[in-house]
Design a binder for this molecule. Structure first.
Ligand SMILES: Cc1ncc(C[n+]2csc(CCOP(=O)(O)OP(=O)(O)O)c2C)c(N)n1
Ligand code: SF4
Length: 476
């Protein structure tokens, strides 16, 4: 005897929000989503895969599917289901990943995602709810809206000339070689419900066997968006939607395909540590010019106008800090102008992992024009320091609780023969003042970035000149 009961893959109570009925869904009366949910839940039960099923909810009316399915759940950004599902499946190859998407989600904003996931033959099952409209947002035109159909964005009816042809996703995806199984069904009566049930089962079974990408499009009723009563919407599907989107199997190579396993590499903790040691050069001894781990985090701001090389200056400090075995971040911020706008970057160098790359209060400010000093002077922590280009900034900082170091960087750079290397003079000043970054790492960094020998030499000369100046004169 078969007992008809709520599928075990549904929660017994739908505790969505205080005041909401715990045994009903949020869907409108007559909506197709709930029906398809039930068919999917039954198939998950029948295949015994509840413990390893991960359901990816979209943005759309079915966004709350996670309140109903008692499986692993994740809700993703609009249209991004195939990308998220790809990541989940590849990192957890034994899971059964269900993508569930509406026509706006799958065929409009997510059009490229589904195409590429299908083309890669990802081992996921996608259920595509085609109700020819954006239900959740109030009935706008979807890529699958029929010609002549009135929606809130096509009040006089969709025209081919203005909005193009309705997109036929089964036909489109079946032009790709990778998918294993593609079928379009509807749920208008018992016979078609059974067909849809079989299609859902088949898609999931195929994933259990590891055979590749499966896609089931279900023509689904949206009485609210269509402004019809539920009975009429079933009729409308039969008479209109199913004519424009013919039902049937578009691809079935389930029997012919061999189960495949992707090459996956999930790093162990040891692998990760080994990798980090390699790239961060952890454990190297100091004294040889390497591994100058800073004590605490040092927060830098490098500021000036576009074209002064502030970004490069920050990058060199971050890169050299990384070569010494520290954690580092570098965060640029520029105005929209190509030349002459404001430019600054935030750099953090730390012995410990860094929580955020954004520097509010900084320990070291390198300012290369007046507006930058005016803007950032107040953000320097008490006890911190400001190195400023005194060739361009006549008025020194006013703070008395920070060390102010004037450095005529632009003048020195001009003497070396290139105004452009003023940023490196500033770097030299920083190295002399702070003892960081180290000589060796800075040399390595610059050699990896500057290929022209002549320019490289000017950079080194600028650094030495900046150091010399700060060592001789210091600051207050
Ligand atoms: C990035 C982004 N753009 C737009 C929206 C607004 N939005 C929410 S649902 C939706 C369309 C839903 O339609 P469909 O995918 O057909 O699902 P249905 O609601 O009909 O089930 C849109 C455009 C959003 N949430 N996020
Ligand atoms: S608007 Fe349409 S798709 Fe959304 S819940 Fe209502 S009937 Fe279903």
């Amino acid at each position: 005897m078969k007992v008809l009961e709520k599928p075990r893959s549904f929660y017994q109570r739908f505790d969505r929000k205080p005041g909401a009925h715990p045994y009903t869904t949020h869907y409108c009366p007559g909506c197709g989503h709930g029906v398809l949910h039930k068919l999917i839940a039954e198939a998950v039960d029948e295949l015994g895969i509840r413990d390893r099923t991960i359901f990816v909810s979209p943005v759309g009316c079915s966004v709350f599917a996670y309140y109903y399915f008692d499986v692993g759940n994740i809700q993703v950004a609009h249209g991004r289901c195939p990308a998220a599902a790809t990541g989940i499946k590849r990192s957890r190859p034994d899971s059964i990943v269900i993508g569930y998407q509406g026509d706006g989600d799958l065929a409009a904003i997510g059009g490229n995602e589904i195409l590429h996931a299908a083309n890669r033959g990802e081992d996921i099952s996608v259920f595509f709810v085609n109700n020819a409209i954006y239900g959740m947002t109030g009935g706008q035109m979807a890529p699958t809206t029929l010609e002549g159909m009135r929606t809130t964005t096509t009040p006089r009816g969709r025209t081919i000339l203005n909005e193009g042809y309705p997109l036929k996703m089964c036909e489109l995806l079946s032009s790709l070689p990778a998918p294993v199984y593609i079928e379009r069904t509807m749920m208008t009566d018992g016979k078609h419900l059974m067909r849809t049930r079989r299609a859902v089962m088949k898609a999931l079974q195929c994933q259990v066997e590891g055979k590749g990408f499966t896609f089931v499009e279900v023509l689904s009723q949206c009485p609210t968006g269509w402004k019809m009563d539920p009975a009429l919407s079933l009729k409308w599907i039969e008479e209109n939607l199913a004519k424009a989107f013919p039902l049937g199997v578009y691809r079935d190579e389930v029997k012919d395909r061999e189960p495949h396993k992707r090459r996956t590499w999930i790093p162990s903790d040891e692998d990760v540590l080994k990798e980090l040691e390699l790239t961060l050069n952890l454990g190297a001894e100091s004294g040889d010019g390497h591994a100058r781990l800073v004590k605490g985090p040092i927060r830098f701001k490098f500021a000036g106008f576009g074209g002064q090389g502030l970004m490069l200056l920050g990058e060199v400090v971050a890169d050299a800090g990384m070569r010494a075995g520290n954690h580092v971040t570098w965060l640029p911020s520029y105005g929209p102008e190509m030349r002459g706008g404001t430019a600054n970057c935030h750099v953090v160098v730390s012995n410990d992992p860094i929580g955020s790359p954004v520097v509010g209060e900084c320990d070291q400010l390198l300012a290369m024009n007046r507006p930058s000093l005016a803007k950032f002077e107040a953000t320097v922590a008490p006890g911190g320091s400001i190195i400023y280009d005194s060739s361009l900034i006549e008025t020194p900082p006013t703070r008395t609780d920070v060390k102010a170091i004037p450095l005529p960087a632009t003048e020195i750079a001009d003497q070396i023969g290139s105004t452009k290397v003023a940023n490196m003079v500033m770097l030299g000043g920083l190295m002399a003042h702070l003892g960081f970054p180290g000589d060796e790492e800075t040399r390595e960094t610059l050699m990896s970035r500057v290929t022209r020998r002549e320019l490289l030499e000017k950079n080194f000369a600028a650094i030495e000149a900046g150091k010399d100046q700060v060592q001789r004169l210091g600051g207050r």
